[in-house]
Design a protein around this ligand. Structure first.
Ligand code: F6R
Length: 237
């Protein structure tokens, strides 16, 4: 694992965006794995800027998002499809039909999970996976549990996750209780992964994830076994 200690959120975002842009320059048909949440917003803003300036071309890029709330329509303002379109996908020259996010309204959830796993496999796996981390150590919505789940699946969200995400909803009861998330297999098989984390509230969980025991009770700890992980953070770890 490589840890890039940066000064602040902006430097973290620029570094992450530059690595993603370099990946696309070197391989225009890159398959990107993307995250939502507050942390990557700056990274996406810099990527939009790089694309606007002609420094990176998304026209042949394919993207897969880590997760989506179960029950939310893609047009819902808190859906992750809405978030991705707003912060990145409609602002760069990507073909939207090459951007995949689980359909939170899918009637057959299992079929939807299988569809995503097949699409990732057909795309040849993820070249570069961008990750944030939850306060409970989740990656995507792989919540703390007794085992690492390999494939895309539907999960019950933990109370800390619902609490953390309630800041985006009018009231806590509106936060969906379930989500569809990629499993750890495509994340661990990604050729390169970037983990970004910002804010003192993430320091303890980052220490546990990166230097503690590898355990499904801290899902991000499995990243210690990733073959090419770059951690970018202003936190003292
Ligand atoms: C969302 C995702 C989550 C977030 C995590 C941190 O797609 O992958 O694991 O990365 O919940 O969220 P923020 O960045 O809002 O602290």
């Amino acid at each position: 694992m490589k840890i890039l200690k940066v000064k602040n959120y902006d430097e973290m975002s620029r570094k992450a965006a530059n690595i993603i842009a370099a990946q696309i320059v070197l391989k225009p048909q890159t398959v990107l794995g993307l995250a939502t949440g507050s942390t990557p917003i700056g990274t996406y803003a810099h990527l939009c800027e790089l694309c606007k300036n002609g420094d990176v071309d998304f026209s042949q890029v394919t993207t897969f998002n880590l997760d989506e709330y179960y029950g939310l329509d893609p047009t819902h303002e808190q859906s992750y499809r809405y978030f991705m379109n707003k912060h990145l996908l409609t602002k760069v020259n990507i073909d939207l039909s090459s951007t995949y996010i689980a359909n939170g309204k899918a009637e057959d959830v299992e079929a939807e999970c299988k569809r995503l796993d097949n699409l990732i496999e057909e795309a040849g796996g993820i070249d570069l996976q961008l990750l944030g981390i939850g306060h409970n150590g989740h990656i995507g919505f792989n919540e703390p549990s007794n085992e690492f789940v390999k494939d895309t699946h539907c999960v019950d969200l933990g109370e800390t996750t619902i609490d953390a995400n309630s800041r985006f909803f009018e009231n806590r009861n509106d936060v969906p209780k379930r989500a569809i998330t990629l499993g750890v297999k495509p994340i661990m098989q990604s050729k390169k992964a970037i983990l970004i984390a910002n804010g003192d509230d993430k320091r303890e969980i980052m220490k546990k994830a990166l230097f503690g025991p590898i355990t499904p009770s801290v899902p991000a700890s499995i990243l210690q076994l990733h073959k090419d992980l770059i951690v970018i953070t202003p936190l003292d770890l």
